[in-house]
Write a protein that binds this ligand. Structure first.
Ligand code: NAI
Length: 335
């Protein structure tokens, strides 16, 4: 199969090329640095499939253009599929496949890294020590042991993080309307209001859907403990960033850790260090000493990249009828 990769980086080329050889898949891979958009979609001509990442635009217009160029498969090299218009894909008979699980450990461990760094101010201590400033003022944290941690969503990543937090001696509360209570018997399944009221630390692990869009907003923030630690490694639009900035200014939020951001598609995965960043909301976030932002690197471990490449290539092989399981996403069913 001829596959056109969009938004591809050197590490994508390496992991996909290696896995393609190891699996003997013989897919023909073409890598484009540019993201998939109305300007770049013509590059897909002559290919059977496109392979895209989290911020590539796969809306109705793009899907129609892909269809016209003969592409009938969209391979998402990620778990989330909120950037694809699934209904239009079905109308056009375009198959959409994803990588449902590649390493829940990778994202859960980055969530822990953000939490520990923020709590013990590692990001500030690092700079201070390099400048010969060994004063401790402003670096005080709290024992995570004994605290209540609330998780919004406890699928693969949330459950991994829940176990880590439990191992650190925390009480773990979970709000997940679709969870199987039997799977979460080790934790407390609670209503959102209880989670907001009781948690010292809140971490988001659900998908971006109309229900979870801006689930962290002025109202839900007002119900949280003063000085709450909030971590989002899920999807940016689950947080109303302007409301969060107000909550940082008032002290309602004590620490904020983000691996994702509402408007990240204009920023992340690119070196903008020689440019003036135009997003004033993002730049305001960077001014807070108690905010730590990483650029969507939760998935970025060796193991995860290798698994992503393998599942994606096998999705393509499955569509060709050459074996492998197809992890298909439709508006009705997600496998
Ligand atoms: P999953 O599908 O295994 O689990 C998601 C859980 O959220 C499910 O248990 C579901 O019932 C629950 N959920 C759905 N709607 C909810 C709601 N309204 N309130 C509370 N819970 C709700 O997904 P997984 O693999 O655990 O991933 C979670 C999210 O993490 C993904 O949707 C993706 O957005 C994000 N992610 C981020 C990465 C990164 O690099 N930062 C990498 C991979 C995933």
């Amino acid at each position: 199969m001829k596959i056109a990769f969009f938004s591809s980086k050197a590490y994508d080329k390496q992991s996909f090329t290696e896995r393609n050889q190891e699996l003997g898949s013989n897919h023909q891979l073409t890598f484009f640095d540019t993201g998939l958009s109305e300007q770049s979609v013509a590059l897909a001509a002559g290919h059977d499939a496109v392979c895209v990442f989290v911020n590539d635009k796969v809306d109705a217009t793009i899907l129609r253009q892909l269809h016209n160029t003969g592409v009938n498969l969209v391979l998402l090299r990620c778990a989330g599929f909120n950037n694809v218009d699934l209904a239009t894909a079905e109308q056009l008979d375009i198959t959409v496949a994803r990588v449902p699980a590649y390493s829940p450990h990778a994202v859960a461990e980055l969530t822990l890294a953000l939490l520990l760094s923020l709590n013990r101010k590692i990001h500030r201590a690092f700079n201070r020590v390099r400048e010969g400033n060994f004063a401790l003022d402003g670096l005080m944290g709290f024992d995570i042991h004994g605290k209540t941690v609330g998780l919004l969503g406890a699928g693969k990543i949330g459950q991994r993080f829940a176990h880590i937090m439990q191992a650190m001696g925390c009480r773990v509360l979970i709000t997940d309307p679709y969870a199987d209570p039997a799977e979460l018997a080790a934790f407390e399944l609670v209503e959102l209001q209880t989670l907001l009221r009781e948690s010292h630390i809140i971490s988001l692990h659900c998908p971006l859907t109309p229900d979870t869009h801006h689930i962290i907003n002025r109202d839900t923030l007002s119900k949280m403990r003063d000085g709450v630690t909030l971590i989002n490694t899920s999807r940016g639009p689950m947080i109303d960033t302007k409301a969060v900035i107000e909550a940082l200014k008032s002290g309602k939020i004590g620490s904020l850790g983000l691996d994702v951001y509402e408007e990240e598609s204009d920023l992340f995965f690119t070196d903008l260090s020689n440019q003036v960043i135009q997003d004033d909301t993002f730049m305001r976030l960077l001014t807070f000493p108690n905010v730590l932002i990483t650029g969507h690197q939760g998935f970025f471990t060796k193991e995860a990249l290798s698994n992503i490449a393998e599942t994606t290539l096998l999705n393509a092989s499955a569509v060709e009828g050459k074996g492998g399981e197809l992890h298909r996403v439709t508006s009705q069913k997600v496998v």
